[in-house]
Design a protein around this ligand. Structure first.
Ligand SMILES: [Zn+2]
Length: 92
């Protein structure tokens, strides 16, 4: 017997996937998108600092970040020539 469930988002009846019997949202594109957006929101509120790696916190990290930034600026020519070399190799 197939057990039907009510979608948490659109409130329509649906039959859960046989491999995902705990499914609570129907498989329509809109509901799946809404489910994913909600999950991401929840996850981000649970991990608020996950995407804030650019904000350097300790003095050591800040010093290192500034050092590397300066190094990259001072060696722009090196990167340019390297990129040119790679391009040549690829399209040779
Ligand atoms: Zn739905």
């Amino acid at each position: 017997m197939i057990e039907k469930k009510i979608c948490k988002i659109c409130s329509k009846e649906f039959v859960p996937d046989k491999y995902h019997p705990r499914q609570r949202v129907c498989s329509s594109k809109e509901c799946q998108n809404a489910r994913q957006m909600k999950n991401q929101r929840v996850w981000r509120s649970n991990n608020p600092n996950y995407f804030k790696y650019k904000d350097k916190k300790t003095p050591w990290e800040l010093r290192r970040y500034n050092y590397l930034k300066k190094w990259r600026q001072d060696h722009r020519g090196y990167f340019k020539s390297y990129r040119k070399k790679i391009k040549k190799q690829k399209f040779a």
